[in-house]
Design a protein around this ligand. Sequence first.
Ligand SMILES: Nc1ncnc2c1ncn2[C@@H]1O[C@H](COP(=O)(O)OP(=O)(O)OP(=O)(O)O)[C@@H](O)[C@H]1O
Ligand SMILES: [Mg+2]
Length: 278
Amino acid sequence: MSDDNLTIRTENLTRQFGKLVAVDRLNLAVPRGTIFGFLGPNGAGKSTTINMLVGLLPPSAGTAQVAGFSILDAALEVKQRIGVVPEGLNLYERLTVSEQVELVGRLHGLSRAELRQRLPSLLELLDLKDSANKMILDYSAGMRKKTALACALVHVPEVLFLDEPFESVDPVSTRAIKNVLRDMVAQRGTTVFFSTHVMELAERFCDQVGIINRGQLVATGSIDELRARTGLGEEAALEDVFLRVVKADVAVEQDEELLGWLTGSGAGAERVETNHAG
Ligand SMILES: Nc1ncnc2c1ncn2[C@@H]1O[C@H](COP(=O)(O)OP(=O)(O)OP(=O)(O)O)[C@@H](O)[C@H]1O
Ligand SMILES: [Mg+2]
C-alpha cells in the first residue's frame, strides 16, 4: 500500500524506561478510514505507544508519521489533526464539561459560534446534559471518560487516538459513541486507533487489530487473517486468537494449580481447611 493511504505509520518506534524496553521497534501501518484495535495484556506497551504518537511522550528511538506529518519534526501539525483520549484523561477538575470542551475547541481555533452549535449535540450524544453544570471533580468515572471523548471529537479530527475509550462507559453511551465513530469513518474517512482489553468489542468494532506483547508487535491484520494465521477455525473467538498469540493459555492452566487455596481445589484448599480446624 502506498504511503498516501496510511494515516499512521511507525518506523522502529521504541521507548525505554531505564532498562525496560516498553515499546520495542514497533512497525505499524494503519490505512486511512480504518478502525484499528490495539490489543495487548496489561503492561504490554499500548499506552506508551499512544502517548508517543500523540506527542505526550518522546520516543527513545525510531519515528512515526501521523496524518502525513512526522511526530518528531512536525508535532504541532500532528496535534492539529488528532483527537486524543489519553489513559490518564488529563481533565481540568474545576471546569464543567462545557468549559472543558470549549477550552479544547478554542485551542483548536473554533469560533464561539461553532462551539455554540456543537456543544449541545455532543452533550446529547454523550448523555451529559443533566450534569453539564457540575465540575468534573464531581463526575463519575464514566462521565469523565465521556468528557474526554467530547474534547477529542469537538474539532472533528482526522485521526482519533482513544486509550480504553469505553472503559466505565455504560452500554447506551457505548452504542451511541460507536455509531458516531462508524459514521465518521464511513463518511469522512476518519481513522480511529484505540486500545482495549475487551475482545468482544474489538471483534465487532475493528476493521484491523494489532496485538502487542512485552513491547513487541506479535500480530497484525484483520481478525480473519489472524484466525487463519494462528490455525484456529473460522469461528474462533478473538479472545482465543489473542490468548494463542500472547501464549497466555499456559498461565491460565498454572493458575489452577497455584490457586487451590483460593478456588477450593487441590492441595492448597486442604491447607486452608486445616488451618480453620486448628
Ligand atoms: N512513566 C513510566 N516510567 C516507568 N515505566 C513505565 C512508565 N510508563 C509505563 N511504564 C512501563 O512500561 C510498560 C508498558 O506500560 P503501558 O502503560 O504502555 O502498558 P499498557 O499496555 O497500556 O497496559 P494497560 O493495559 O495496563 O493499560 C509497563 O511495564 C510499565 O510499567
Ligand atoms: Mg494502558
